[in-house]
Design a protein around this ligand. Structure first.
Ligand code: HEM
Length: 537
């Protein structure tokens, strides 16, 4: 047991590297606030436990006693700007947990949060999220909708309004009957992607015919794949992005989403309406990017609407035929056209980078871990053969493939935190948290914590097959509870199907297996997209 001195920002509650430390060790650590942490962080089998805690004098500590990174939000904001911490917020969080312990407070500009990383604490948070869970509002997005008079979709809504939209969307994208409907569409796009890649390897690759290899940065193709897949599932429309001349409008949509994401984080800490009034370029870029996303969606929604109404007029030409999420929502008529537009636009904006980027990480990790790749391929091959090529059955018989996606998102979560405002007072790490406080579950530091995962830096999908690490509140990349990602089933199936088709057709390797440097826009990305070598099997 050791007492930790309290100096400057690092002072309160320091548990040092024991929380996330690379060097595993065992022992108790007394924080400055007097909380006892049972620090058995031995990385050996069975040793990783949730942190137990109680006040030394048996009392719950006050909110103000939670370790923090400095009281003055404006000074913190200045530091963030000066040191470019927005882009490295995931690393900043990891470092701060190492220094301050498993819970800390942070104020940046006007935004205050309590940050946690232990699964047991996230479970506590989940139990107090209430019937209408709330996340931190992305104010620049909300302001854009308000000034342009657009309705908001589920991402930006709260309360009963959110719930009623969400229940309708769940039926079309989350329930297993819906998955069954859209899965063949995703499979078709994944297969076309592989055919396009085959042609490219044959045309541009090296080596003898039939056994060629090609080393490329696959990210532009992965973005196209994700957009093609989204359009097929959402609008029921193929947009031909794998052709030799993909449309410029689609490329512009991809750029607009990228711009919208990169301009979001700096705008979170400043009042958008003030920036709008002074004509700040950052705000103009953000709003213009959103305008583009909206007009892209609007054009497609109009087309789909005309298609649907004209086929209805001709008799039921589309009866029994799946017309995409948009068609389903229109046919059911439970949401107004305005709300359908708002939600469909959000699904489109949220559906491209979120899957294209983890696919880059997945190919990189499979490439630098050839034994893992081979193990997954064997399972996928057997399952695919047994299922006679049926996509859904093939996925069901390949748990390692599902675990691969989970493992990628553990190490590289798309969103680095999930936020909630508890509806009642709760106790986390023996500190009192008043209702209405913004609490963030920090996924990046959690995924890399030796308290939570054995050998956290090892890419090991098999870790999810045992019961222990499959335990609750460790795999949180899609959030949790009723407000979890509504695109989850689309995303999981889309990524699994693409990886399945790639593994059946190519061996994947990487020219450099050095760790990837990551950077945060609104989502976690590689600083430079990794190069991947595809060799025909
Ligand atoms: C790997 C891919 C993805 C990841 C990791 C991811 C992650 C997340 C997370 C963490 C949330 C917040 C959940 C919470 O607060 O508990 C979320 C919400 C959301 N996501 Fe995703 N997402 C992904 C793909 C997608 C896709 C493909 C779509 C659209 C097709 C989508 C649309 C949305 C929407 C609309 C919400 C707001 C849901 C609500 O508030 O009710 N996401 N996502």
């Amino acid at each position: 047991m050791r007492k930790v001195s309290t100096v400057g920002v690092r002072a309160p509650g320091t548990c040092g590297s024991r929380v996330l430390g690379v060097a595993p060790q065992s022992g108790l650590c007394v924080t400055a606030a007097g909380t006892i942490v049972d620090g058995n962080v031995d990385g050996s089998k069975g040793a990783v436990k949730a942190v137990r805690k109680r006040g030394v004098d048996g009392r719950v500590r006050r909110f103000e006693e939670i370790p923090h990174t400095g009281r003055n939000g404006w000074i913190n904001l200045l530091k963030f700007w000066r040191e470019n911490r927005f882009q490295q917020l995931h690393k900043h969080m990891e470092g701060t947990f190492n220094t301050l312990g498993p819970i800390y407070r942070e104020k940046v500009g006007t935004l205050s949060s309590v940050n946690i990383l232990m699964p047991s604490d996230v479970s506590e948070l989940f139990q107090s999220e209430g019937l209408h869970p709330r996340r931190m509002t992305l104010q620049p997005w909300a302001t854009h909708r308000e000034i342009r008079n657009h309705s908001k979709g589920v991402f930006l809504k709260n309360g009963e309004e959110w719930r009623s939209d969400r229940l309708q969307l769940n039926k079309e994208v989350m329930l297993s009957a819906a998955v069954k409907r859209f899965l063949p569409l995703l499979d078709e796009v994944a297969k076309d992607f592989c055919r396009m890649l085959q042609r490219r390897v044959e045309r541009e690759g090296r080596g003898e015919e039939g056994k060629r290899s090609l080393t490329v940065d696959p990210s532009p193709d992965l973005f196209r794949f994700a957009l093609e897949a989204s359009c097929h599932v959402i609008y029921g429309e193929r947009i031909g992005l794998f052709s030799s001349s993909p449309s410029l409008a689609s490329q512009k949509f991809i750029w607009a989403v990228e711009r919208m994401l990169t301009t979001t984080p700096p705008l979170l800490y400043l009042p958008p309406r003030l920036l709008l009034r002074i004509g700040a370029p950052l705000w103009t870029q953000h709003a213009t990017a959103w305008d583009h996303i909206f007009s892209h969606a609007e054009a497609r929604i109009q087309r789909a609407y005309q298609r649907l109404t004209s086929s209805k007029g001709r008799g039921s030409a589309t009866e029994g035929q799946y017309t995409g999420v948009l068609g389903q929502l229109m046919e059911k008529g439970q949401l107004s056209l305005d709300l359908i537009k708002a939600n469909i636009t959000e699904l489109m904006a949220g559906g491209v980078d979120t899957t294209a980027v983890p696919l880059q990480f997945a190919l990189f990790e499979l490439g630098r871990n050839p034994e893992v790749q081979e193990m997954v391929r064997q399972q996928v091959r057997t399952s695919w053969a047994q299922a006679g090529g049926d996509a859904q059955k093939s996925l069901q018989g390949a748990p390692l493939l599902k675990a691969t996606v989970k493992e990628v998102l553990r190490l590289y979560p798309v969103g680095i935190t999930v936020q909630r405002y508890p509806v009642k007072d709760i106790i986390l790490q023996n500190y009192h948290i008043p209702a209405g406080t913004m609490v963030q579950a920090c996924l990046y530091p959690m995924g890399r914590s030796s308290l939570v995962f054995e050998e956290p830096l090892r890419f090991n999908p098999s870790r999810w097959s045992g019961s222990r690490e499959g335990a609750a509140f460790r795999s949180l990349a899609f959030g949790f509870g009723a407000r979890q990602c509504v695109g989850r089933r689309i995303a999981e199936n889309e990524m699994q199907l693409l990886l399945m088709n790639i593994l059946l057709n190519f061996h994947v390797s990487v020219p450099s297996s050095e760790d990837l440097k990551t950077t945060l826009t609104l989502i976690l990305q590689p600083e430079t997209p990794p190069k991947i070598t595809f060799s025909k099997l």
